[in-house]
Ligand binder design. Structure first.
Ligand SMILES: Cc1cc2nc3c(=O)[nH]c(=O)nc-3n(C[C@H](O)[C@H](O)[C@H](O)COP(=O)(O)OP(=O)(O)OC[C@H]3O[C@@H](n4cnc5c(N)ncnc54)[C@H](O)[C@@H]3O)c2cc1C
Length: 378
């Protein structure tokens, strides 16, 4: 008999939506509890690397085609100076297959919306504005009470509820909590100049890093990584002036970006956190996946990728194992090393951004080496 006949997935981000799709397609009855009233996050961009595209293809091949059609497929990650001169270029491995690009930019609401559509089509039932209030481990199932007052028993509960996971709080007491990494990211979507067409370009200034990531024929996504020893919360009306001040030293395309940073409503600001919960990521019949258990800072642009890979691997192992404990132990064997690499190497890249005079600093080398490992089978 199958190890799991019904599952509750908490969280409707990439991890939860993709897990729902792969489980439903294996005949498992799946409900998703999502705390927000809808499934579309704020409108910033998302950069996907080859391994992310491959994992997406394994969830739903058509989804990958749609992403590339509607987004911007590209092949490289380049490194530039504060004057705007490109000095290094890393070719992105086409992990999804030679017919696909090594990277692709898309808009988050479009991507999340597409994943939700696929999960619902596969048969997942999505309960919005709902979360868990209690989890009780039974001998043969888990009893979950939701905030709408209902309760039900499940063979498996998957906590895919992101950085501040409630499932982690309820079922994994005492595990390490997310920590602030000393950086804050500012994001904007702007028209894409022709010079941002080869792929993602990151310019390194004396105080910060600025990236331009193509999203479509018309748009690109800007990320400015500021070193902020403490979490600060400046009023939103001051954001354009703060962004412009951070970009003061740049010439070239970033100088043009500086002039565009005028509307506070079109700027997003986010202090960066990370967490890597030690193995194992399951207790009884409750499993954590995605950012709930391995939230990386965005330096390798692989957070969504490893979240989607978790879903793919979970689906494969529930199909190949008739015992849930064996499947979850095998899940840890398959997932730990890749996720550790993404979290720790992303943190290292952030440390080098904070200490650019570090003689060991080699961001292009570490990104190239990390993406080469991640392009390997998982
Ligand atoms: C500034 C920034 C830029 C990034 N850029 C990239 C990038 O370019 N490429 C990339 O691959 N990754 C990037 N990431 C990382 C990426 O966004 C995450 O790794 C990815 O979204 C993780 O997916 P997830 O499904 O695990 O979690 P999330 O995307 O966080 O989804 C969790 C879901 O659970 C819901 N939820 C939360 N709490 C509860 C609750 N108590 N009950 C029910 N539901 C709940 C949330 O509303 C959400 O829908 C970036 C991260 C940051 C902070």
């Amino acid at each position: 008999m199958a190890a799991v006949r019904n599952a509750l997935i908490v969280g409707g981000g990439p991890a939860g939506l993709c897990a729902a799709t792969v489980l439903c397609r294996r005949g498992i009855d799946v409900e998703i509890a999502e705390i927000n009233p809808d499934l579309r996050p704020l409108g910033s961009g998302l950069s996907m690397m080859g391994p992310t595209l491959r994992a997406l293809r394994m969830v739903d091949e058509e989804a990958l085609e749609r992403c590339i059609d509607e987004g911007f497929g590209h092949h490289a990650l380049s490194f530039g100076t504060v004057e705007g001169q490109i000095v290094q270029r890393v070719e992105l491995p086409p992990a999804a297959g030679p017919e696909y690009p090594g990277g692709c930019g898309t808009m988050r609401p479009v991507f999340w919306g597409m994943l939700a559509e696929i999960a619902e089509k596969a048969g997942a039932r999505i309960r919005l504005s709902t979360t868990v209030s209690a989890i009780e481990h039974g001998a043969d199932n888990v009893k979950v009470t939701l905030t709408d007052g209902s309760s039900a028993e499940y063979d498996l509960v998957v906590g895919a509820d992101g950085l501040h996971s409630k499932v982690r709080d309820l079922a994994f007491p005492g595990v390490p909590q997310p920590f602030f990494t000393g950086q804050t990211v500012w994001r904007m979507t702007l028209p894409r100049p022709d010079e941002i067409s080869d792929g993602i370009v990151m310019f390194y200034g004396p105080r910060n890093k600025v990236g331009c990531s193509p999203l479509s024929d018309d748009e690109m996504y800007i990320f400015l990584v500021e070193n902020t020893p403490e979490i600060t919360r400046p009023p939103q009306e001051e954001w354009p002036a703060l962004v412009q001040a951070q970009l003061a030293e740049y010439s070239g395309v970033v100088a043009w970006v500086r002039e565009q940073a005028t509307d506070p409503a079109r700027i997003d600001r986010r202090p960066l956190h990370a967490v890597l919960v030690p193995s194992p990521w399951y207790r009884g019949r409750v499993l954590l996946i995605g950012d709930a258990v391995h939230a990386a800072t965005p330096q390798l642009a692989m957070g969504a990728g490893i979240a989607i890979e978790d879903a793919v691997v979970l689906g494969e192992l529930l199909e190949s194992h008739s015992d849930l404990d064996d499947a979850l132990a095998a899940f840890m064997d398959r997932r730990w090393e890749r996720c550790r690499l993404v979290v720790e190497n992303s943190l290292q890249l952030g440390e080098w951004e904070k200490h650019p005079d570090d003689p060991e600093a080699d961001p292009a080398g570490l990104m190239d080496a990390s993406l080469a490992v991640l392009a390997g089978a998982f």
